[in-house]
Ligand binder design. Structure first.
Ligand code: IMP
Ligand code: MG
Length: 179
């Protein structure tokens, strides 16, 4: 275990099971279709690469968007900007947004609104984890990996100050690292 990590919440094995289950649902729903998977950089990268390799029954295409909401602090600012847009038009296309974690949902609510205006054939959301904030969000993930406690988590693509994304598990950081 990485010395800065306090506790492992999801082991590599647990993550594999989650992604297997999500991919099975997506394979069923989009069998034989073309699906544009849109990863929201950077956090969703690791999850998205694991997910698409399991989409054996779907014609997968990928693209990425960059949005910023967090900066380098551990608090959500509520301010969202699109910094990198898709490289193609999505009108009439089946689109699946792939995101690492749904916290307040501000980032994705904004992004999904923008994408919906471009008239894709369908627009759905796959989220690895949703934070247990006890709030109603404006958007719901059709494909959800699991619920995570309202703590700051790192690993499996998720960072703190751009670090820890490479950890193959999901964990919490020791308090002295971020205080
Ligand atoms: P939201 O707009 O509040 O839902 O924030 C979503 C984004 O903030 C996610 O895509 C993550 O990149 C980042 N984020 C939220 N919670 C965490 C966390 O616990 N660890 C690392 N990044 C997080
Ligand atoms: Mg992110």
């Amino acid at each position: 275990m990485h010395p800065d990590v306090e506790k492992i919440l999801l082991s590599k094995e647990a993550i594999d099971e989650i992604v297997d289950r999500m991919a099975a649902q997506i394979n069923e729903d989009y069998a034989g279709k073309t699906l544009l998977c849109v990863g929201i950089l950077k956090g969703s990268c690791v999850f998205m690469m694991d997910l698409i390799r399991r989409l054996t029954d779907v014609d997968v295409e990928i693209d990425f968007m960059v949005a910023s909401s967090y900066g380098s602090s551990a608090q959500s600012s509520g301010d969202v900007k699109i910094k990198k847009d898709l490289s193609r038009d999505i009108e009439g296309i089946d689109v699946l947004i792939v995101e690492d974690i749904l916290d307040t949902g501000n980032t994705l609510t904004k992004l999904m609104g923008v994408l919906r205006d471009r008239k894709p054939a369908s627009l759905e959301l796959a989220v690895f984890l949703e934070k247990d904030l006890g709030i109603e969000r404006a958007i719901k993930a059709k494909y959800l990996g699991g619920i995570c406690p309202d703590e700051f988590v790192v690993g499996y693509g998720l960072d703190y100050n751009e670090k820890y994304r490479q950890l193959p598990y999901l964990g919490t950081l020791k308090r002295e690292i971020y205080s």
